[in-house]
Design a protein around this ligand. Structure first.
Ligand SMILES: *Cc1c(COP(=O)(O)O)cnc(C)c1O
Length: 354
């Protein structure tokens, strides 16, 4: 039986995408060849790469606005250093809202001065800092839109004259934003877009070419732009499945349509967390993430019973990250309302039993 998969990443993808991808593993486009054995230079795959890059820009409303979309390797973690390597000349600002921001700061420090403009570390990252002032003269400001581990999400992005760079790994394509506010966006595929192995980078071309340091070819965005994201062998299967997921999203009605569904799912779960006295939410209410809900049991003695109940109900991936504890329900685009309903039923059943 198919599980209700609340895993934080890699995570649930649309069932139709799994079907189409498994067919392509056996025979891609009736070519008599598997997607896994064709050349990445073949027309069939070049078409996949082009469609994936175009769909990403189209869904974000960034077509024809000076942006390029790339599918790179090394995960979002490699973007922590590539961003700084390519763009940090003197000084950059970082908003520290969680483990991933913290790691991006560590990498940026290898390339220049880093100003931690705001941080919620003192409260174990359970909120998003607001009302901070942004210093002058930054090469860029870096922010993490959704904090996968702590379950907080930025609702209002800072307004600034300096370039804005965003790690959107865990909420890209989940909600409508003015994406043209950002000069560079990156996201590991495995949180909301596809299987692990590819990282989407969307960059304004005029942001590049300003640092004086020498950048090795593989780490230079301009290399990948000039080669259409085909400088070396791309992660073929991950790009292919990401393309299928983006097609699925477009057919569904794009980000506007999925945002409505995501909002309904999050509202259902957060209402239960609020109303059910057995559970406590972790994140500050106004900053709660619509993608990753973090919560814990008010009474730890109920853990064994609750864990047995959700497993029995076919739920997977609910354990919280070790730095928060408790539970984390990740509700990415492909998770159905049904699955959230099953979780909420288990939570209210626990209340009746306890
Ligand atoms: C998972 C995650 C990362 C790390 O991604 P990798 O692809 O494993 O390097 C970075 N940032 C955010 C917000 C994440 O959720």
């Amino acid at each position: 039986m198919k599980k209700h998969n609340f895993s934080a990443g890699p995570c649930v993808l649309p069932q139709d995408v799994f079907k189409e991808a498994s067919q392509a593993v056996l025979d891609f486009n009736n070519s008599g060849l598997s997607i896994l054995e064709i050349s990445h230079r073949s027309k069939d795959f070049v078409d996949v790469m082009d469609e994936a890059r175009n769909l990403a820009l189209e869904l974000l409303g960034l077509e024809g606005k000076g942006y390029k979309a790339l599918f790179l390797q090394g995960g979002a973690s490699t973007q922590f250093l590539m961003v700084a390597h390519n763009i940090l000349q003197n000084k950059a600002g970082y908003i520290n809202t969680g483990t991933w921001s913290d790691k991006s700061i560590k990498e940026a420090k290898l390339f220049g001065e880093v100003v931690e403009v705001a941080s919620s570390k003192n409260a174990n990252y359970n909120y998003i800092p607001k009302g901070y002032s942004i210093p002058e003269g930054l090469d860029y400001l870096h922010i993490t839109s959704n904090n996968t581990i702590f379950g907080t999400q930025v609702k209002d992005f800072p307004t600034t004259d300096c370039p804005l760079i965003c790690d959107m790994s865990s909420d890209i394509f989940s909600r409508e934003l003015d994406f043209s506010k950002f000069d560079l966006i990156y996201a590991g595929a495995q949180k909301n877009m596809g299987p692990a192995g590819a990282t989407l980078v969307i960059v304004r071309e005029d942001l590049l070419g300003k640092v004086t340091r020498v950048i090795p070819s593989m780490l230079d965005y301009q290399t990948h732009i000039s080669k259409g994201s085909m400088f070396n062998t791309p992660p073929v299967f991950s790009v292919y499945v990401s393309m299928l997921t983006l097609r699925w999203l477009k057919n569904l009605g794009g980000i506007k349509a999925i945002e409505e569904i995501n909002t309904r799912k999050a509202t259902l779960l957060y209402s239960e967390i609020e109303l059910n006295p057995l559970f406590n939410g972790f994140a500050a209410k106004e900053d709660r993430s619509s993608m990753n809900a973090t919560f814990s049991l008010a009474d730890g003695d109920l853990k064994e019973t609750f864990d047995a109940m959700w497993k029995e109900a076919g739920i997977n991936g609910l354990n919280g990250h070790r730095s928060v504890g408790g539970y984390r329900a990740s509700m990415y685009n492909a998770l159905s309302m049904d699955s959230v309903g099953v979780l909420v039923d288990v939570m209210s059943e626990l209340e009746r039993k306890a």
